[in-house]
Design a protein around this ligand. Structure first.
Ligand SMILES: [Zn+2]
Length: 210
């Protein structure tokens, strides 16, 4: 099989969506079209054409398992060549970690901290109480079911001692909702990162860079 030449690869990288696809595929990971869509903040249907071009150029390989398309980089040399690209594409990526059924780690702490600072959560030290303002914020993003102002959740400090992150029922509901919106993804479970769409949304909503 002929290796794609540099010129071919450069041409392929001229498109931002293809750039995002390649940046999203890490060395060994195989991602479904849906995973890649979440990771790059695109709709699956808008990725298909670009995936076909990358496949035709033998930059990526697609395998079908259980009726789903799984994509990976064609070989280690391509993965190595793309490493600086991934760093450039995600310069300050903040990772979270699945903590029980809610979001912990730096990302979980950052979201919780921003919600406390902005008055969405009231921090009593051991519990976090959803304020009216917080309930309105969650309603804005479509999370209303069962989460009302005054809901109390424990502060979980399993990842970083301070400020801790939102655990309990609200924490679980929030994580599920943000995953459902395609703002967060768990491709490398239990690691949770924000998608491109999620980074923009969290910056607008909470003023945080993740
Ligand atoms: Zn936790």
């Amino acid at each position: 099989m002929a290796r794609p030449d540099l010129e071919t690869i450069q041409k392929l990288l001229e498109h931002p969506v293809r750039l995002a696809i390649l940046a999203g595929l890490s060395d060994k990971a195989m991602l479904t079209t849906r995973d890649l869509a979440a990771k790059t903040g695109n709709q699956p249907r808008s990725l298909r054409h670009h995936l076909a071009r990358l496949r035709d150029a033998e930059v990526i390989i697609t395998e079908i398992h259980d009726g789903r398309h799984h994509h990976r980089l064609a070989d280690a040399a391509i993965a190595g060549a793309l490493k600086p690209l991934r760093m450039a594409a995600r310069p300050n990526e903040m990772a979270g970690i699945l903590c029980g059924q809610h979001l912990g780690g730096d990302l979980g702490d950052a979201i919780t901290r921003a919600m406390v600072v902005r008055g969405h959560l009231e921090n009593s030290g051991t519990t976090l109480v959803l304020t009216d303002r917080g309930a309105r914020l969650l309603a804005t993003i479509g999370l209303q079911q069962g989460i009302a102002a005054g809901s109390t959740s424990r502060t979980c400090r399993s990842s970083n001692p301070e400020p801790g992150h939102l655990g309990g029922r609200t924490g679980k509901a929030l994580l599920q909702h943000l995953m459902g919106l395609g703002w967060l993804t768990m491709d490398d479970r239990p690691v949770v990162v924000a998608t491109a769409r999620g980074r923009t949304a969290l910056a607008n909503l909470l003023g945080i860079r993740v």
